[in-house]
Design a binder for this molecule. Structure first.
Ligand code: SF4
Length: 398
């Protein structure tokens, strides 16, 4: 029988397990032995996990205080829908009728969550505006959301990310608004540096637009710039992956996130996949090695996660230059801090003292979200209060 590099570890977040072993003081050899016996993990994957855990550990430790929380805001609109996407992302044209009602409801959720965290005396740690494509909103809409966020959760945060995502939505006006509200990390996601691939995956922007957007972000001097690439896109080969990674490296972003392509049932691509050639396991592994090899001398892996249906049974990895790790990504993967997920399709995480957690997921469908928003706020209040009270009661016991 084929030996799987991740062994029996089927979960999305393998680094969580290693951090648990570090909590009880195991060193490299002891932790590897434990994960090899219990999970059948290979030495190669353990080495990668160890690198990730070593780099993320200080952030895991500082972010695990029970009175901290991070906020994720979902803007589920995009200029058009990419064929491989399974996020709650709706084409702006199709959903123009929902736009203003959605934003009003989101503002209500932000205000309500702000009152709740003030009442419970919790402190914000990081903000993440994702989606969708937040920069597909008009500058005035973006300004409104960010003003409401800042007002609802006052204080200094460790990091504020905006996933600009689609290069064709980024303008100087949008960037000036992000600057005004203290955004510290911007993500521009070309996915591939080949126009023919972008066309095949329905991305509706060009490589030239990615260059332009990156230069604009860099001229606005945000401390951290992330760029996402997907490896194993339809009909790409290893040489194409090499060129994409080279081109992204030539732009010197502080973070580069490598995703392996994965088939998603909710994507348009799943209907079309018969038309396109996807790499087999060996080619996917070769692409991965090439990309990782090009990044490795300079960039360090600081978070990783796995997905169902991911090519080659591999993993998605966030790389960074030293001291530019994304705090939110670590918090979200390691699940030791409350996350308030506001908006359509967002996930709330309520963490208990024993590190068990409860998830509360908002509906992905905009109409259902609008109908359920008030109920969601009530449930969030109930769950977060319960988690906070449990922490207090348990702390008294120890
Ligand atoms: S830009 Fe991102 S969120 Fe929007 S459709 Fe494409 S992949 Fe999905």
């Amino acid at each position: 029988m084929e030996k799987l590099p991740w062994g029996r570890l089927r979960g999305v977040r393998p680094s969580k397990q290693l951090h648990r072993l570090l909590d009880i003081g195991l060193d490299y050899t002891e932790a590897f032995k434990r994960m090899q016996v219990n999970e059948g993990i290979s030495s190669e994957k353990f080495k990668l996990l160890w690198q990730v855990a070593r780099i993320s550990r200080p952030i895991v430790e500082e972010s695990s205080l029970p009175d901290l929380f991070s906020v994720y805001i979902s803007i589920p609109f995009c200029p058009s829908r990419c064929h491989y996407c399974s996020f709650p992302a709706h084409s702006l044209k199709e959903l123009a009728i929902w736009r203003s009602r959605y934003l009003d409801t989101l503002l209500y959720e932000i205000r309500t969550a702000g009152q709740l965290t003030e009442k419970l005396q919790l402190r914000p740690y990081s903000f993440y505006l994702g989606g969708g494509t937040p920069t597909s909103l008009s500058p005035a809409e973006l300004d409104n959301i960010l003003s409401a966020l800042r007002l609802a959760f006052p204080g200094t945060v460790r990091e504020f990310t905006v996933e600009a995502g689609r290069p064709d939505t980024i303008t100087h006006e949008q960037l000036a608004i992000l600057k005004k509200h203290g955004v510290t990390r911007v993500s521009v996601n070309p996915q591939s540096m080949h126009n023919e691939t972008l066309k095949k995956i329905g991305r509706c922007h060009s490589v030239e637009e990615a260059y332009r957007a990156v230069k604009q972000v860099q001229s606005s001097a945000f401390p951290v710039l992330n760029m996402d690439l997907i490896l194993g896109l339809p009909e790409e080969d290893e040489a194409m992956v090499r060129k994409s990674v080279h081109d992204v490296l030539s732009l010197s972003p502080t973070n580069i996130t490598l995703h392996m392509f994965s088939r998603k049932r909710a994507s348009l691509f799943s209907e079309e996949q018969a038309r396109f050639h996807l790499p087999d396991k060996a080619l996917a592994a070769a692409m991965y090695r090439t990309a990782v090899g090009l990044l490795s001398p300079t960039y360090h892996p600081y978070y990783l996660y796995r997905q169902h249906g991911i090519l080659g049974d591999l993993e998605n990895i966030g790389y960074c230059l030293p001291e530019t790790e994304c705090f939110y990504n670590i918090v979200m993967i390691e699940e030791r801090q409350h996350i308030l997920g506001l908006g359509c399709g967002a996930t709330n995480k309520f963490i208990y003292k024993d590190l068990s957690l409860k998830n509360l997921v908002s509906p992905k469908d905009i109409q259902t979200y609008l109908e359920k928003a008030a109920e969601l706020c009530r449930r969030r209040e109930h769950e977060l209060t319960k988690a906070k009270l449990t922490v207090r009661a348990q702390s008294e016991k120890y």
